[in-house]
Design a protein around this ligand. Structure first.
Ligand SMILES: [Zn+2]
Length: 325
């Protein structure tokens, strides 16, 4: 049985709170170009099929303000963007709703400001259409944040595949300690664990057919040991159907026993009636030796999995074509 694998790569500046006076380089993206370029023939030799990645580009107002143009990354790295398109990779947008607070001299994740969130999405999609000379079809919203109005707007603006959702993730006041946010990051306890068409009144619930499909990233579950309270909490939050997929298989983490990445892959695959895998990697892994090692260890483990010859590294559209069969 063919198992679709989506590798989503968030193409971003090296810093999150970009320094407006001295904007950080995109060195992690440069590393990612080499890393995934070298990886492609290894995957193809293993699977006997073309390998396609999905790259999600930052084209939002923070990029405009710090780097001078929403299309900066495409203009600066045109050769790589051309190359990955020729390889058949997917390109999409990865908007973050950072808003600069002049008085305080810092960035705010303005998730609670729907008008600003909409603006960031529109700026990103307009920039994509200008830079790539075609409409954008795929999205991963920043810091796994989403709202129902945003999903509805994305559909209206032509998005067909959303890869933002990380099943089992809790509601949080801010993506990172020490960063400022407005509004909550949503929880993804009760979302489907396979691709779904979102309801127009609550994107976390399935509806019938829609133009847009949500493709959740892969989650597995931890062996919790003799901790009945933690086990119960997990069961109550996620429900009987979904507790086996409550922990996103983030490649930036280290995975000590008894929850090594290979075991987590087994549990994620075992919990699905029609299995697929989807992972997201932020390009700044390429400027942190610790995270670089963590990602590389997870990628090696993935390719060493007994089912790896059946993996097909593919775009969201290709993955759905296999899963919908
Ligand atoms: Zn991001």
């Amino acid at each position: 049985m063919i198992i679709p694998v989506i590798l989503a790569i968030d193409v971003e500046p090296d810093a999150r709170l970009v320094n407006l006076r001295a904007p950080e380089p995109w060195g992690g993206y440069e590393h990612s170009q080499r890393y995934f370029g070298d990886l492609r023939p290894r995957i193809e030799a293993l699977t006997g099929a073309a390998a396609h990645y999905s790259w999600f580009l930052r084209l939002d107002p923070q990029v405009v303000q710090a780097y001078g143009s929403a299309t900066w990354v495409v203009d600066r790295y045109r050769a790589h963007i051309e190359e990955i398109q020729q390889q058949g990779d997917e390109l999409g947008v990865h908007p973050h709703p950072y808003r600069w607070l002049d008085d305080e001299g810092t960035w705010l994740h303005d998730f609670g400001n729907q008008a600003w969130v909409d603006h960031c999405l529109r700026v990103s999609l307009d920039a994509f259409a200008v830079a790539l000379r075609r409409p954008c079809r795929s999205m991963r919203y920043g810091d796994r944040w989403l709202s129902t109005p945003t999903v509805n707007l994305a559909e209206q603006l032509g998005i067909r595949y959303d890869l933002t959702v990380e099943p089992g993730a809790p509601a949080l006041p801010t993506p990172m300690p020490g960063e400022r946010g407005s509004g909550l990051l949503p929880d993804y306890y009760r979302v489907p664990r396979r691709p779904w068409a979102p309801s127009a009144s609550d994107f976390r619930r399935p509806a019938r057919a829609r133009g847009i499909r949500m493709i959740p990233l892969t989650s597995g579950h931890l062996r919790l040991g003799p901790h009945p309270r933690r086990q119960l909490r997990r069961l109550v939050a996620n429900g009987i159907r979904h507790w086996r997929q409550d922990t996103p298989l983030s490649m930036w983490r280290s995975w000590p026993a008894p929850n090594t990445f290979d075991r987590m892959l087994d549990r994620a695959l075992g919990a699905q009636s029609r299995p697929y895998l989807a992972f997201a990697i932020r390009t700044d892994f390429g400027v942190s030796p610790r995270i670089m090692d963590a990602v590389d260890a997870c990628v090696r483990t993935l390719l060493a999995h007994p089912a790896a010859p059946d993996f097909r590294f593919c775009t969201p559209a290709e993955a759905l074509a296999v899963l919908d069969r």
